[in-house]
Design a binder for this molecule. Structure first.
Ligand SMILES: Nc1ncnc2c1ncn2[C@@H]1O[C@H](COP(=O)(O)OP(=O)(O)OP(=O)(O)O)[C@@H](O)[C@H]1O
Ligand SMILES: [Mg+2]
Length: 243
């Protein structure tokens, strides 16, 4: 397993947001994290990324116990989180936003050599092309549509060539067409990266994910392949309860 979170408990004052939750993700796996509002999805993502410290539990990543790692140490180990708060600098061009994200990953020694600058140019343009933004490379990021800004942020989150990308509701506020394109844009990263994605749009998640974990009141209700989860009676019930 690439990622293994087990027995995760998170208590906020009197509220138990996570009560022994677990999540296992293999290499090159797209894993969907679903469940009703307030079931603990975002809190679990934060505990994995290190943005929240679990009250109890253990997180392993690439066969290393990272429970005590800072978010920066987790990023260095190959984990990348696209925050709900935007990391795009709106007055800079798309090109410079990606360049900054790439430079943040390069060593100072690398940056001193101009040949690295050429290599970085190639990488910036490759990433912009991959996310269908190359024709807007030299426009300010502020000019992008909401969906395009999300794609730029996903591209930036991939700049450090992570082994695991964590996305919390990346399609929030997107049009139907933008959602469809987001699914297409994510597919190719599977060759080198696993994904944990939180989404309320079940059609979207069914289309792109290999496995799903369903949270309910801070506990795992079910975990398995998309068809196993679809056939699960307890899962059907919580979604009916919500409808
Ligand atoms: N920093 C915090 N302080 C106190 N309570 C919190 C904090 N963060 C989350 N909670 C609570 O923990 C529970 C789980 O919240 P969380 O945001 O993880 O749910 P979620 O599954 O992501 O919900 P949604 O689908 O609405 O995004 C909720 O009851 C929430 O109010
Ligand atoms: Mg949430």
């Amino acid at each position: 397993m690439l990622l293994e979170a087990a027995g995760i408990q998170k208590v906020f004052g009197k509220l138990t947001a996570l009560d022994g939750a677990a999540l296992s993700v293999g290499e090159n796996e797209f894993h969907g994290l679903i469940g009703p509002n307030g079931s603990g999805k975002s809190t679990l993502m934060k505990c994995i990324a290190g943005a929240e410290v679990p009250t109890q539990g253990k997180v392993s990543f690439v066969n290393t116990d990272i429970t005590a790692f800072t978010p920066t140490e987790r990023a260095r180990a190959g984990m990348s989180l696209k925050f709900q708060i935007t990391s795009v600098l709106p007055s800079l061009t798309l090109y410079d936003n990606i360049l900054l994200a790439l430079q943040a990953q390069s060593s100072l020694v690398d940056l001193l050599f101009s040949r690295t600058r050429d290599a970085l140019h190639e990488q910036v343009m490759t990433m912009l092309t991959q996310f269908r933004l190359a024709d807007r490379a030299f426009e300010a990021a502020a000019a992008l549509s909401h969906g395009q800004q999300q794609w730029l942020e996903i591209a930036m989150a991939l700049a450090g060539k992570p082994k695991l990308l964590l996305l919390d509701e990346p399609t929030g506020g997107m049009s139907l067409e933008e959602r469809r394109v987001t699914g297409e844009l994510l597919q190719p990263i599977k060759q080198h990266c696993s994904l944990v994605i939180v989404e309320h749009d079940l059609d979207f998640i069914r289309d792109i994910c290999d496995r799903l974990t369903v949270l309910d009141q801070g506990k795992v209700l079910a975990s398995g392949t998309v068809s196993e989860i679809q056939a699960n009676k307890a899962v059907q019930e919580i979604y009916l309860r919500r409808a």
